[in-house]
Ligand binder design. Structure first.
Ligand SMILES: Nc1ncnc2c1ncn2[C@@H]1O[C@H](COP(=O)(O)OP(=O)(O)O)[C@@H](O)[C@H]1O
Ligand SMILES: [Mg+2]
Length: 236
């Protein structure tokens, strides 16, 4: 469907023991597109993102980035619970991928990390530790940490669902800005207004498969599946 698919999942299967978590997920994201995934708890959304980021190896099927296997840092991931290193400052968290994975000299890594902290509005928090930052600030550090690796695509796994309501907006604003700059994104989120406003299309997952995908207007006004209608009624 998209002219220029950059990130693809082809018939991805994943099980844990007897539990079939992904039962053949196929979809693609074009360059600069934002796909929002919704669906009930346990439907496999996080597992799918972990497979796309190669944090998890699919049992069958394939994940590809521009037709090849993604390298480290090429697909950035932001987690619900931030996953920052508690013993490192904001700056340290953003630098670490550059020094450890990219092998950049400290000075250069510090410069780039500072620039990316500024991009998420946290230039003045560089020296703070995670427990000295609000949840929204921690999540923005996590976004900067992924962005500094210059990913081809960014994945967000319920990035605002661990945040107090008044902190949700600052994270969504950073994500929206990123989308406007043309970043390719896959976002698991039940922030439906954000989805409506920013998504190129919305996917509904249920029991390990994508049951429907449509542009926001169509998805919200005329969902195809009864399952989607019921789920939307719950979330709204
Ligand atoms: N590492 C794991 N080991 C065993 N079971 C897992 C693991 N990760 C996820 N699961 C199970 O897989 C199912 C889907 O989980 P998940 O992908 O987290 O769903 P969602 O993000 O949609 O809530 C759940 O039943 C969950 O308990
Ligand atoms: Mg999840």
């Amino acid at each position: 469907m998209s002219r220029d698919a950059i990130l693809r999942a082809d018939a991805v299967h994943k099980h844990y023991g007897d539990l079939e978590v992904l039962r053949g997920v196929t979809f693609e994201v074009g360059r600069g597109e934002v796909k929002v995934i919704i669906g009930p708890s346990g439907s496999g959304k996080s597992t799918l993102l972990r497979c796309l980021a190669l944090l998890e190896e699919p049992d069958a099927g394939q994940v590809s980035l521009e037709g090849r296997r993604p390298g480290r840092g090429e697909v950035g991931m932001v987690f619900q619970r931030f996953n920052l290193f508690q013993n490192m400052t904001a700056l340290g968290n953003v630098m670490i991928g550059l020094t450890e994975v990219r092998r950049l000299p400290k000075r250069e890594a510090r410069e780039q990390a500072t620039e990316f902290l500024a991009r998420v509005g946290l230039k003045d928090k560089a020296g703070q530790y995670p427990d000295e930052l609000s949840g929204g600030q921690q999540q923005r550090v996590a976004i900067a940490r992924a962005l500094v690796m210059r990913p081809q695509a960014m994945l967000f796994d319920e990035p605002t669902s661990a945040l107090d309501v008044e902190l949700v907006r600052e994270v969504l604003d950073v994500m929206e800005q990123l989308a406007n700059e043309g970043m390719t994104m896959v976002v698991v989120s039940h922030e439906l207004r954000f989805a409506h406003h920013v998504a190129s299309s919305i996917l509904m997952m249920d029991e390990g498969v994508v049951i429907e995908e449509a542009p926001p207007e169509q998805f919200f006004s005329a969902p195809e599946h009864e399952r989607t209608r019921r789920f939307l009624a719950l979330v709204e």
